[in-house]
Design a protein around this ligand. Structure first.
Ligand code: UDP
Ligand code: MG
Length: 309
């Protein structure tokens, strides 16, 4: 019998965990698989760890958990969970039941057919989400798909079932700045996306403010594209061209009308401020990439475990 591992990152999810387990258990019981759960407590400050300990005591064979020494972020949680799994197939899902477990049998059927290495879920709407947030999300997908070779499907969630081979490929990417949406696509393999309608979380609140999502989007873009780096080249090229035009204009005017040379103080200030701003912006972009190199060269671990059962 094949083994299915389920990886569940949890951050302050004391209410969701007791709701999650029975619902998923009910679904997987009907599947012809042996199941193991790997909950990852990502430095929660509530009773998440207590709930996980209790669940482990009740089901010591199936339920396992890893508890971090602090909050390392969902990406690190996913990595730790995937690393711990031993199953032939691995599912990644949220604990808030926004990733509907009733699709697991269908995902398993598709992956068993051998035609796909991965079955992901893609939500077709964003009901319950702020309009502005949805708008920004859509724009993010437009931008990243234009400037990066790694294509990211709009609405695709992290909820997916993968073969062991693909999981090992994901684990072989040991980068410190982890953008899972990109990594899952970067490793290749054949993925099928099943569409579904958005579901609200069962309990607790989301930790993702619009600002946090925006920063996450910037991380994604700079992790998977070098296009922002060439902005400096383009801005520089265009302003060099414009200054040649300006130079010719100034020389010609000086020759034709010698008394005009004292004009133009206001335009001078505008040009200086504009160029100064553009230069700082370009340095900022370069700095972003250097920061990433800096973090990577430190070679810090992706997560630190305090307790593992
Ligand atoms: N999560 C985590 N570490 C964090 C933030 C979130 O492990 O720092 C987990 C969280 O417990 C949940 C999943 O990641 O299981 C998705 O988080 P959330 O539901 O807040 O995000 P959304 O579904 O709104 O994208
Ligand atoms: Mg959620």
């Amino acid at each position: 019998m094949s083994k299915l591992s389920i990886v569940i990152p949890c951050y302050n999810e004391q209410e969701s965990i007791p709701l999650f387990y029975p619902v998923v258990e009910k679904v997987v019981k009907k599947m012809p698989v042996k199941v193991e759960y790997w909950f990852v407590n990502d430095g929660s400050v509530d009773n998440t760890l207590k709930k996980l300990r209790k669940l482990h005591q009740e089901h010591p064979e199936e339920v396992h958990y890893i508890s971090f020494s602090r909050n390392f972020g969902k990406e690190s949680g996913l990595y730790a969970g995937l690393e711990a799994t031993t199953g032939d197939y691995v599912v990644v899902m949220d604990v808030d039941l926004q990733d509907p477990p009733e699709y697991l049998p269908e995902m398993y059927q598709i992956i068993l057919s051998g035609e796909y290495d991965c079955v992901g879920m893609r939500r077709t709407d964003r009901t319950g989400e702020a309009k502005f947030k949805s708008f920004l999300s859509d724009k993010f997908y437009d931008v990243i798909n234009k400037i990066s070779d790694t294509k990211i499907v709009n609405g695709a969630r992290d909820y997916r079932m993968m073969t062991r081979q693909m999981v090992n490929a994901v684990l072989s990417l040991k980068e410190y700045n982890r953008f899972s949406k990109g990594i899952f696509n970067w490793v290749g393999f054949k993925t099928k996306y099943l569409p579904y309608k958005n579901v609200q979380r069962v309990a607790g609140t989301t930790d993702w403010s619009t600002w946090k999502l925006f920063k996450y989007a910037i991380e994604g873009i700079t992790d998977f594209s070098e296009v922002p780096l060439s902005i400096a080249t383009w801005v520089g090229g265009v302003s060099a061209f414009l200054s040649i035009v300006g130079l010719i204009f100034v020389i010609v005017r000086r020759l034709m009308e010698p008394s005009s040379s004292a004009f133009g103080w206001a335009s001078m200030v505008c040009i200086m401020l504009l160029l100064g701003g553009l230069q700082l912006m370009c340095i900022g972009i370069v700095g972003k990439y250097i920061g990433k190199i800096y973090m990577q060269t430190k070679n810090r671990p992706i997560y630190i475990v305090k307790e593992k059962r």
